[in-house]
Design a protein around this ligand. Structure first.
Ligand SMILES: [Zn+2]
Length: 739
């Protein structure tokens, strides 16, 4: 279909322009958004949260199914074609949980969070999942204990200096410093036979503020549930890799899943951890390892000896995704997908219900809009994912099941999750940065009356650590999107399929220690998170605008120039890190040669001098530098042409399809080294950081692992992906020039 092309990408703000809209359609869009805003009611968020978080609703639970049906029916009442898509997925729940100190002395960990009279839902013991780490192995092990700080690779280098080996031992790591699943993975790689993860009060307990119920922080018996699958390898149902876990899907043996642990792991509270840590001797822990318990932290090993016995019920359960569709009036085969998960570890008022109710209010207001005769041009798909907490299961299975169709049709995926009071956080594909910049200047911060953009910039200025960074923040012209790692449902869309994605929320003034405990409740939320649901409404306005603008734009607001600028920054960073590594290695090797470590060490304390390292070679980045330079000129030309006097009769359908599918060219067919499921060459979760992002992951991680051959190969692979992507930019440019 041919449209008269009268749009400008960036016209003057005085005209109230909108990225990707003609003046006329921008006016219509603003009109619709004003109405949309006028429909929003904070009281809806409040009452839906009370309902959805009213009982525990983890994957496979009766109340989770009930919630899914409740939401499906609401979407239906708002005018959506709404259904539940169910998958059959593996989900282990605990049968036996024993953590005890067997020497010196005896202590049996309680492994229980007590009900509180100040928290109305905390007493639903029968329906609560107990504290546990999902995807721990079954196991019955006894061994000496070693304290490993956060349990990340750097900590094991420190242990080596101390001459301590964890082989055959049980390690105890504190929460923080990485995503939790990294801790048992690294422990297992070092030969440990079991792993405990505890919440040190320094992290989210009394060191931070008053504990619940007086304040929001984690109390002595609070423990953090959570998954410990190797998510940086692959999320989703572990026994249906790469395919949707439908009833009749072909399943592999659990023992053959490449992302499951072989050792038992359990999370404990600080009340349960203290006697264990207190019973350790051996060297005093390095200064930056110590927490806030009233003890001297020792590393061990032993004499503390721990018995850890865990057994799980490895069952297939139903995973209920709610999918609600509103068909586009002009472009029904172009979809904007908006999602949030609905399952929780327990009641989950904050995680995930705070984001889910904002999504629901957004969908309801869109439904109201349609009663005025307004229709979205593109199809809207609102999703409530199940099984996010164990491993992004609902979204991953749905994406794997419908992959081909989604890659054809989905223009963008917009995610939210837990959200509270404070500042806008926005991450995603950097082609969408100008869109989010524009939106962040229009949404008003409920507490201060300034835009959410101004507010988040003020925070950045104030919290920058030195005058130079403060100055840079003051002078910053636009919103910067964060790069996405993992930890919520955008991963399958973004990193597996290459669908442009956003992750949006508010926070920073809603800190607490309720995460993944029975105290993440309605009562906690309305006291400490977003008491009047005004930031919930700000999220509805923010995500709602992103959804509606992507659904209605004449020309989809993808900006390759913004993408180029950001990726060029990543490349500089990677090249600089190689230089720094070269210098650090040279200096380190000289220190070793000069025996400085030996002479500086206290001779009464065991110290192992590190081995010298192979010198860092020079890598050839030219292929990637050339590809980036081509992308720069091509994206500039595209922008210039779209600015220029527009030609009538541009084939917008053709143009838009090229624009939204371009990101798929950044996918590498075989995936990243050792984890083929992750295919995005620019963004991925870190192999050793978990949720934390690694940009240009193939190159960056090969360098970090000192795998020079692989680093060089990855440079060529990324260069090829950038070149393929640039060809799409050029194809879009050709369409602009066509008569
Ligand atoms: Zn969540």
């Amino acid at each position: 279909m041919l449209f008269a092309l009268l749009f400008l990408f960036y016209n003057s703000p005085a005209q109230q322009s909108m990225v990707g809209f003609t003046q006329e359609s921008a006016n219509a869009e603003r009109n619709a958004e004003e109405k949309f805003d006028s429909y929003l009611k904070a009281s809806n968020l409040d009452s839906w949260m009370k309902r959805l978080a009213g009982r525990p609703h983890h994957l496979g639970s009766a109340y989770g199914k009930d919630n899914a049906e409740y939401m499906r029916d609401l979407f239906k009442s708002w005018g959506y074609d709404s259904k539940i898509e169910t998958y059959k997925v593996l989900f282990p729940t605990p049968k036996v949980r024993i953590v005890e100190l067997v020497a010196p002395g005896k202590f049996k960990a309680k492994l229980a969070e007590p009900a509180l009279k100040e928290d109305a839902t905390s007493n639903q013991l029968k329906e609560q999942l107990p504290t546990y780490n999902a995807w721990s192995a079954d196991g019955d092990v006894t061994g000496e204990l070693v304290f490993v700080n956060y349990g990340v690779p750097d900590d094991y280098e420190q242990l080596e200096r101390l001459g301590i080996d964890v082989k055959g031992k049980i390690v105890i790591a504190k929460y923080g410093g990485s995503w939790r699943g990294i801790k048992p993975k690294v422990a297992q790689e070092h030969g440990a036979i079991g792993c405990l993860i505890y919440s040190d009060p320094q992290g989210d307990g009394y060191f931070q503020g008053d504990v619940y119920p007086k304040g929001p922080y984690r109390s002595e018996h609070g423990a953090q549930r959570g998954a410990v699958m190797d998510l940086p390898v692959r999320p989703g149902d572990p026994i249906t890799p790469g395919i949707g876990a439908t009833e009749d899907a072909k399943r592999i043996d659990r023992k053959d899943a490449d992302n499951l642990l072989k050792i038992p792991v359990h999370p404990i509270s600080y009340a349960d951890a203290e006697p264990l840590l207190r019973a350790l001797s051996g060297p005093v822990a390095p200064a930056n390892w110590r927490g806030a318990l009233p003890i001297t932290y020792h590393v061990g090993p032993g004499p503390a000896k721990v018995h850890l016995k865990l057994e799980f019920d490895w069952r297939l359960v139903d995973c209920h995704n709610v999918i609600a569709v509103m068909k586009g009036s002009e472009l029904p085969d172009e979809w904007v997908v908006r999602g949030n998960h609905h399952d929780a570890w327990v009641n989950g008022a904050n995680d995930p219900v705070s984001g889910m109710v904002a999504l629901m209010e957004e969908a309801r207001a869109v439904g109201e809009l349609t009663k005025t005769g307004w229709k979205p041009k593109r199809t809207l798909v609102y999703c409530g994912w199940d099984g996010e907490e164990p491993a992004l299961i609902g979204s991953t299975e749905w994406v794997e099941h419908h992959a081909a169709e989604l890659q054809q049709k989905v223009v963008a995926y917009i995610n939210s999750d837990a959200s509270g009071r404070g500042f806008l956080y926005a991450g995603g594909s950097h082609t969408l940065e100008p869109l989010m910049d524009e939106i962040s200047r229009e949404v008003i911060d409920p507490q201060t009356g300034i835009s959410v953009f101004q507010r988040s910039r003020a925070l950045e200025v104030v919290s920058a650590s030195n005058p130079k960074d403060k100055k840079a923040a003051l002078e910053k012209s636009g919103l910067k999107l964060d790069a996405l790692g993992s930890g919520s449902d955008y991963s399958p869309f973004f990193q597996h399929l290459g669908i442009p994605s956003l992750n949006l929320g508010y926070g920073g003034e809603d800190n607490g220690g309720e995460y993944h405990s029975i105290y993440d409740s309605y009562d906690h939320y309305v006291r400490f998170k977003d008491p009047r649901f005004e930031y919930g409404i700000a999220l509805v306005k923010t995500a709602g605008r992103a959804t509606l603008r992507l659904a209605n734009a004449d020309v989809l607001p993808f900006d390759f120039h913004a993408f180029h600028k950001t990726v060029a920054g990543y490349l500089d960073e990677v090249m600089l890190s190689l230089e720094n590594m070269r210098e650090a290695t040279e200096v380190e090797n000289r220190i070793i040669e000069n025996k400085a470590y030996t002479y500086a060490a206290d001779p009464t304390i065991k110290f192992v001098v590190p081995a010298s390292k192979e010198a860092v070679p020079y890598l050839d980045f030219s292929a990637l530098q050339n590809a980036m330079s081509k992308l720069q000129s091509s994206s500039t030309r595209f922008i210039e042409l779209s600015h220029a006097n527009p030609k009538p009769n541009t084939n917008l359908n053709l143009l838009n399809k090229v624009l939204y599918q371009a990101e798929q060219k950044l996918m590498v067919q075989g995936g990243l080294p050792r984890r083929p499921w992750y295919r995005h060459t620019i963004y991925s979760p870190g192999y050793y950081t978990g949720y934390g992002v690694k940009t240009l992951p193939g190159i960056r991680e090969a360098i970090e692992q000192r795998n020079w051959k692989e680093a060089q190969e990855q440079i060529e692979i990324v260069a090829k992906a950038i070149s393929d992507y640039t060809q799409e930019v050029e194809a879009a440019t050709k369409i602009l020039m066509m008569r």
